[in-house]
Design a binder for this molecule. Structure first.
Ligand code: FAD
Length: 437
């Protein structure tokens, strides 16, 4: 092909524009969001020899990996991620080991203890429950035919199996069974789980030296020029590329606008995903006022407050705490009701398991309101039934300068800190390629 004078001039104009963009750029790469994905991406970009700035809306880093310390010394708990899932291939297994952080391997106690209305469940109840879970697991293992919801996949089963499916989706996916894709659930990686005492704090420590601008919510990403102009209340940052790691709930809310709007394939990928509402409530216990009796050795107890599928961790890592976990619409309602009402409900749940005397031992509490938090808008991503391909489609770059990343784009590793980390690194590789590294 020969170059005409006209195309030479056009080429020169593009070069001039891009060198102007470079000259005006504040960094090669802007990373939006300082959760595990954004931090891993920024570390990899820096390692690749390029300049990077991370813009974070909150006043802290770590995102949904967050160790809550508001209940005082010796009473911290992970409000977000706490397990290193599929540890065999999770990069955090080694990081945890190298940091010498306490894990479930060091914890004492047995689990789970099933408690109904304050009484340990009978062997018959436990058998019935196990058989319900067994049947649901078999049905969800490589489901045949077109994708459908978990509720549809178990629709023909008896009540025990349907109840097991509801418990499973609420407590693992944070969502009701009719709203989650059975194929998406099936493709999630599994393996060993290591419970970490302070996973969020470890994530923040591990990435403490990255250039992060805190309290800087991004409101718009203008990609009309040769690079990107990232708009915040503190001014505009110009970069050649942006890696956007905000949760799907934030992308869907349009709190962060793309100018122009995302192209259809990217927008459809975002629309194919939704957010669950997994939530935790930590309650501080005064052990001088209440001592666990026959349930002393229990780490996890399960019970059934009507309308709320929940489980309790009692004295995790020996701390004077009870942490209530719940998911689905019951958890949504607690977040929407606010912290005061949520603490009252969690205390009532505790009383339903242990009896009235425990009420006086609850001295304080903390709700992790992920569902109503404007910077997460839910706990983690879920594929809507029929939208399994959405996770992979998030990888499509926008005009070679905007790259979406995070747990939602992590395929079988989705919904985890490890998945977010791996996907942040994946996005950084894509960007480094684009920058010619
Ligand atoms: C209750 C709960 C329990 C969980 N349990 C586990 C578990 O046991 N094990 C596990 O591996 N994972 C678990 N997870 C999931 C895990 O925490 C997440 O998958 C992971 O932390 C997500 O990382 P990320 O970087 O993709 O997103 P995030 O951590 O959400 O990071 C995104 C960042 O973007 C920021 N942001 C949002 N909007 C803007 C904006 N407009 N401008 C700038 N910044 C913005 C946010 O503040 C946040 O810091 C759990 C999550 C929850 C909520």
């Amino acid at each position: 092909m020969t170059l005409s004078r006209r195309s030479l001039l056009a080429g020169a104009a593009i070069l001039a524009a891009s060198s102007r963009a470079r000259a005006a750029a504040d960094a090669d790469v802007a990373v939006i969001g300082a959760g595990a994905a954004g931090l891993a991406a920024a570390a990899a970009i820096r390692h690749g020899g390029h300049s990077v700035v991370v813009l974070e809306a909150r006043g802290r880093i770590g995102g949904r990996a967050f160790t809550e310390t508001a209940l005082g010394p010796g009473r911290s708990f992970d409000a977000g991620g706490q397990y290193v899932h599929w540890a065999e291939r999770n990069p955090w297994r080694e990081i945890v080991r190298a940091a010498g952080v306490r894990t479930s391997d060091d914890a004492t106690g047995s689990w789970p203890v099933l408690v109904r209305d304050g009484v340990r469940a009978s062997e018959a109840e436990r058998r019935q429950r196990r058989s319900g879970f067994g049947r649901v697991s078999a049905l969800l293992d490589h489901p045949a035919g077109p994708d459908r919801s978990v509720a549809q996949a178990v629709a023909g089963e008896d009540e025990a199996a349907r109840a097991a499916a509801t418990g499973l989706t609420r407590l693992t996916l944070g969502e009701e069974p009719d709203r989650v894709s059975a194929a998406d659930y099936d493709q999630l990686w599994s393996g060993d789980d290591i419970w970490v005492d302070g996973y969020g704090a470890l994530v923040a420590r591990h990435y403490a030296d990255l250039p992060v601008r805190l309290d800087t919510p991004v409101t718009g990403i203008d990609w009309r020029g040769p690079g990107v102009a990232v708009e915040t209340p503190r001014g505009t940052l110009r970069a050649a590329c942006a890696i956007v790691t905000v949760p799907i709930g934030v992308l869907a809310s349009e709190a962060l606008r793309f100018i122009p709007a995302l192209p259809a394939p990217n927008a459809e990928a975002v629309a194919g995903l939704t957010m669950g509402a997994y939530t935790k409530i930590g309650l501080a216990l005064d052990l001088a006022r209440w001592r666990p009796q026959d349930l002393r050795d229990a780490v996890i107890l399960q019970s059934g407050t009507p309308g709320l599928t929940a489980y309790l961790e009692m004295q995790p890592f020996g701390k004077p705490l009870a942490v209530l976990h719940c998911g689905g619409d019951g958890a949504r309602a607690l977040c929407e009701a606010g912290e005061r009402a949520a603490l009252a409900a969690a205390t009532d749940h505790l009383v339903s398991v242990f009896g009235a005397e425990i009420r006086a031992a609850v001295t304080a509490g903390r709700l992790a309101p992920w569902w109503t938090d404007p910077f997460s808008r839910g706990s983690y991503s879920l594929a809507r039934p029929g939208h399994l391909a959405a996770r992979e489609a998030l990888h499509l770059p926008v005009a070679e300068r905007i790259f979406l990343a995070g747990e939602a784009a992590a395929g079988g590793a989705a919904m985890t800190v490890g998945g977010a980390t791996l996907d942040g690194e994946r996005a950084a590789r894509d960007v480094l390629k684009r920058l010619g590294s």
